[in-house]
Ligand binder design. Structure first.
Ligand code: G3H
Ligand code: 13P
Ligand code: ZN
Length: 321
């Protein structure tokens, strides 16, 4: 089956009220694990490539690996640039046939963010590619301690509903990544902190009330950092500390129901992969065949992805809608 366009995946996900898993790909085993899991679950999927993945694996290797995955599978697959930081990087990916790109200007002023999004959107839309923008900064709830209301501050970390409307109207981005207390990595929260799901509802409502319809929102930093994977890594020689924390899967489910159409997961894949490798090497200190520990890693990632698409994102069974 050929690549499926991101805009078609979004349209179906919005209609079917499920979320698309956007999983980061850095090597062959991760890709195989994601595709095998989604194929078995009959789930449409977005594969995302970061700038770091491109420099680790080389863009040509990644592209050929994904071509192989697409040709060997039957499910709809889209390719997305994760956290593009320049127009040039976005342009390269658009020219290479990515079905969507993210231009991440979230660290810039509102005006500069609009400016760079405009430039990418103009080029992307001419070349049949859709664009994800980001408004608000993903610094995580832990950095906002003490701010009034735990949210919108002079620093502007959290996305403000009215600014989101203005941003989408000015840039014409096709989807928007929002900051509601989410952050990347394995140390997201302290204590009882959560995502600001009320803010998410307000953003979704403001977009709809201002004529932008059932607008697709994107949740970055959506790994849940499963305690069993952290324990497994530490049991077999890791040292991840006891302050790891992810987004509870119940929060992701609410975010999906409220309207996060694309949910980004990378850290959980890394944890699953590492747990698989560590277990094989710790239990078999004489082992030095990468196929042995990479098989364990691939199986571990595959189980994780199956769980996410089935029980959290509810995209299972929607591949052929
Ligand atoms: O949001 C960031 C993703 O987890 C990609 O991470 O830039 O280390 O590839 P990376
Ligand atoms: P996690 O670090 O929570 O997996 O987030 C990944 C992400 O947002 C990729 O863009
Ligand atoms: Zn991200």
């Amino acid at each position: 089956m050929p690549l499926t366009h991101t805009k078609d995946l979004f349209a179906k996900a919005l209609k079917g009220k499920y979320a698309l898993g956007a999983f980061n790909v850095n090597n062959m085993e991760l890709l195989q694990a994601i595709i095998e899991a989604c194929e078995e679950e009959k789930a449409p999927v977005m594969l995302q490539i970061s700038k770091g993945a491109r420099s680790y694996a080389n863009p040509v290797y990644l592209k050929k690996l994904i071509e192989a995955a697409v040709s060997l599978s039957t499910i709809p697959i889209a390719i997305h640039l994760d956290h593009g930081d320049t127009f040039e990087l976005c342009k390269d990916c658009i020219d290479e046939g990515f079905t969507s790109v993210m231009i991440d200007g979230s660290h810039l002023s509102f005006e500069k963010n609009v400016e760079i999004c405009n430039k990418v959107v103009e080029y992307a839309h001419k070349h049949n590619c859709v664009v994800e923008g980001e408004l608000g900064e993903l610094v995580g709830a832990q950095f906002d301690e003490g701010e009034e209301g735990g949210g919108y501050s002079a620093g502007g970390h959290y996305t403000h509903p009215e600014e989101a409307v203005k941003f989408v109207q000015l840039t014409k981005v096709d989807s928007l990544a929002i900051a509601i207390g989410n952050s990347h990595g394995a140390y997201k929260f302290k204590g009882e902190q959560h995502l600001d799901l009320e803010r998410l509802k307000s953003i979704k409502l403001a977009l709809s009330e201002n004529g932008l319809g059932d607008y697709p929102l994107v949740l970055h930093g959506a790994s849940s950092v499963p305690a069993d994977l952290v324990a497994e890594i530490n049991k077999y020689g890791g040292n991840l500390g006891n302050d790891t924390a992810g987004v509870p899967e119940a929060d992701i489910e609410i975010a999906r129901r409220v309207g996060c159409t694309k949910v980004n997961i990378d850290t959980d894949l890394r944890l699953a992969y590492t747990a698989g490798v560590r277990k094989v090497l710790a239990e078999n200190p004489k082992e030095f065949d990468p196929r042995k520990y990479n098989t364990a890693a691939r199986n571990s990632v595959k189980n994780l992805v199956r769980h996410k698409v089935k029980n959290v994102l509810c995209s299972s069974g929607h591949a052929f809608d």
